[in-house]
Design a protein around this ligand. Sequence first.
Ligand code: PGA
Ligand code: ZN
Length: 425
Amino acid sequence: AIKDIKARMVLDSRGNPTIQVKTVTEGLGLGIANAPSGASTGAHEAVEIRDGGKEFKGKGVSRAVENVNKVIAPALIGLDSRRQQLIDRKMIEIDGTPNKSRLGGNAIVATSLSVAKAAASTMGLPFYAYLGGYVADTLPVPMLNIINGGVHAGNKLDFQEFMIVPAGFSSFKEAIKAAVEVYADLKKILKEKYGPQAINVGDEGGYAPPIEKVRDALDILIQAIKAAGYDPWNQVVIALDAASTQFYREDKGVYVLEGTEYTREQLIDFYEKLVSEYPIVSIEDPLQEEDFEGFAEITRRLGSKVLIVGDDLFTTNPARLKKGIDLKAGNAILVKVNQVGTLSETLEVLKMAFTNGYRAVISHRSGETEDTSIADISVGVGAGLIKTGAPARGERTAKYNRLLEIEEELDNPRYPGFSALLRKP
Ligand code: PGA
Ligand code: ZN
């Protein structure tokens, strides 16, 4: 049973306050989890509670901390820590709002994860095994964001993330080695071409060079992959997060990309050309967050070989995923526990995705901490895919390092490689 739940403030990777929750059980289990925080947040996410006012520039979390310590903890202490659904339901009930705005999505998500980790610890199991049992043997293929744009960087790139996907390898360790080598060659190439300022990094550890055009970023990725000695069609391929809500002009109903206005149809044509020219295996949020119809159209056109991933579109929300499934909008979902707010709702979304033939990418946020829960979740649910930034900056490498550890711990680890994707080498 849960003996104690305690919240406190810690800092995230952008230097903003966030909430850490520590759960202790009677069986001497201990679970610690931190809430991450997005920058390009979807309109339908669970909302964070922040203090406002002067301190921490309005970003303090003392109200969220108090909600855990004074409201949530008394309601959960004494319950069996393994009863995750009951625990999450209790928090949802006490909150009583559709977007967790009373207790705070940040307070709820950190509590939900810390209780689950305490239960795992009580049972003497690593978190991934608690979630997935001994069938949890599959490492995820990582999508590593090595060129940052959009709201994550101070450059003029409209697309938010240019990722490399080391799929053509037979272990996670080899995949990470390839990614690290490409990242190093990219640094060298960027420095030679654009000068030393080009190797400053953005929020997720990728470089933020003064590149303005999508194609120029893609060309330089290909160059780096080749320079590192890898094949860009068969070993290290490419994924994009356009995060297009950020360059959509709602008033005019158009996208403004590289200074030019695009209709939805023109933008889909643009993606189609990119997919025919580059080894792109995945495009996240190609269209703005309310455009289910547009997602259905691009899925019809590209969905047989490219993952069309809904992040802001679905916000890890069962009702929104259901709508997507009905309309055949997208063929994959980005899964962020803090978008929906609890572990059980996240597992519900994952189950819905898998039973309906959708792929799932377990994801970090741009504002992260040293918390590694998502690494364990990706293995525990057998997602096959994870995106957690560049192979640099502690809050990103913590997840990769945890996955390296898990791979060594497993008796028969599997690395799905291209089978996690639709486009084959
Ligand atoms: P965010 O970005 O964490 O800033 O929302 C990540 C993403 O869009 O995938
Ligand atoms: Zn995204």
